[in-house]
Design a binder for this molecule. Structure first.
Ligand SMILES: [Zn+2]
Length: 396
């Protein structure tokens, strides 16, 4: 058995804007069944990195060819020859015959050739392979693309000094995921000391994670170190009535398998949904609102899990408004948890309407993003997680 090539992400942004095989009508002019590679979001001048160790074997100028200015690399993996093509560039930073390493800067993104705005087009070829209808060797790069790895959380906390955008990448052109409130504590991901040196620095970016697990990048010049909150002395309380306590999420909230942000998400609770607390009522009331404490709850549709005690209250919130509906771009798997390794619990067909059980604005920001997941309900009433990069907000 031969080893397969592993493709390093070629851009900083983690957004794929067009998948392999999409838009057959547009690609008919090239006599192809659909898009012959992957398009990545990349603003003009963004860094383009080599997907694997290899050799630059061709550079073609913007001479009227469909790829515009582009670079071709050749990679040998266990006796197989793969090729990667990086298209629509504005500038090439390597020369023919040069050896490059995976992740090495090779070019800058542009809009040359047949392109409707700056982006990176990546074609993958395996010499000898044949995908029906496509040019010889062309294969779908997606299964070879490495999963983006999240750096481990540090013990450093920062908070925004203004209402601030959480973005998918470390540039102002990256996708806006959601708004962060001033003062909201954010955990720095990765090296705390390196991050500490960037705080307040113009042009620097920090990779952060919210208490609900959502992660992304914030502008370092709009954050400051989060102060430790001093312990408040507790007043002795009257004994509370017994019986189960009902709480509500203060915003769309991850329900987790265990009492930690390190455990997997199993569902999302909305602010108007009653969560029945399964812990002892008095203990639960004591930890309500405490950072770092967790409550074991039962959702209205029966599922049990844990929620962050600092994101719940005893008062129901407003419904988040009409929920977003998404449509699979092909038959797809529905899973028990948001990872490709989780148990498959269903298989929604192409264009089945799926209701996203989450804040609609946040959900919309996740659609099409690689390695993000949506918690959805099928028309039959089944709940589960689907890959955000295989759904669209309109039927396809
Ligand atoms: Zn393309």
């Amino acid at each position: 058995m031969s080893a397969k090539i592993k493709l390093h992400w070629p851009v900083d942004d983690r957004t794929i804007t067009q998948y392999f095989g999409e838009n057959p009508q547009l690609y008919a002019q090239y006599h192809q069944p659909g898009h012959e590679g992957l398009d990545f979001r990349a603003p003009l001048g963004a860094n383009i990195y080599a997907c694997a160790d290899g050799e630059v074997f061709a550079i073609r100028p913007n001479d009227g060819n469909a790829y515009g200015l582009h670079v071709r690399l050749r990679h040998f993996v266990d006796g197989l020859e793969y090729r990667t093509i990086y298209a629509h560039l504005s500038k090439v930073l390597v020369s023919v015959g040069q050896q490059v390493k995976a992740g090495e800067l090779i070019a800058l993104a542009g809009n040359t050739g047949h392109s409707f705005g700056p982006h990176l087009h990546l074609t993958l070829k395996l010499v000898g392979a044949q995908t029906p209808g496509y040019p010889p060797g062309v294969i779908d790069p997606l299964p070879y693309l490495e999963e983006p790895q999240l750096p481990p959380p540090s013990d450093l906390l920062v908070h925004p000094t203004v209402r601030l955008r959480l973005r998918s990448g470390p540039t102002t052109a990256s996708t806006h995921l959601l708004w962060l409130d001033p003062g909201e504590p954010l955990t720095i991901l990765g090296d705390a000391e390196a991050a500490r040196a960037k705080i307040g620095q113009m042009g620097e970016w920090l990779q952060v994670q919210r208490a609900d697990g959502m992660h992304g990048y914030v502008a370092a010049w709009y954050v400051q170190l989060h102060p430790e909150v001093p312990e408040q002395p507790e007043e002795p309380e009257e004994p509370e009535p017994s019986g189960p306590l009902t709480v509500y999420a203060t915003e769309a909230l991850n329900v987790r398998r265990g009492p930690s942000t390190g455990t997997s998400r199993i569902a999302i609770a909305l602010p108007d949904e009653p969560l029945e607390v399964l812990d002892d009522r008095e203990t639960a009331l004591e930890v309500l609102g405490d950072r770092g404490k967790w409550l074991r709850v039962r959702l209205p549709y029966g599922l049990r899990g844990y929620v962050a005690a600092w994101y719940v209250t005893t008062e129901p919130g407003q419904p988040v408004g009409p929920l977003l509906t998404v449509y699979p771009t092909q038959d797809m798997n529905m899973r028990e948890r948001p990872t490709v390794r989780a148990k498959r619990i269903g298989r929604p067909a192409h264009n089945t309407p799926l209701t996203v059980h989450d804040d609609p604005t946040r959900a919309r920001g996740l659609v099409g993003r690689y390695d993000e997941w949506l918690y959805v309900q099928t028309p039959e009433g089944q709940w589960g997680w689907v890959a955000a990069w295989y759904v669209s907000t309109t039927p396809t």
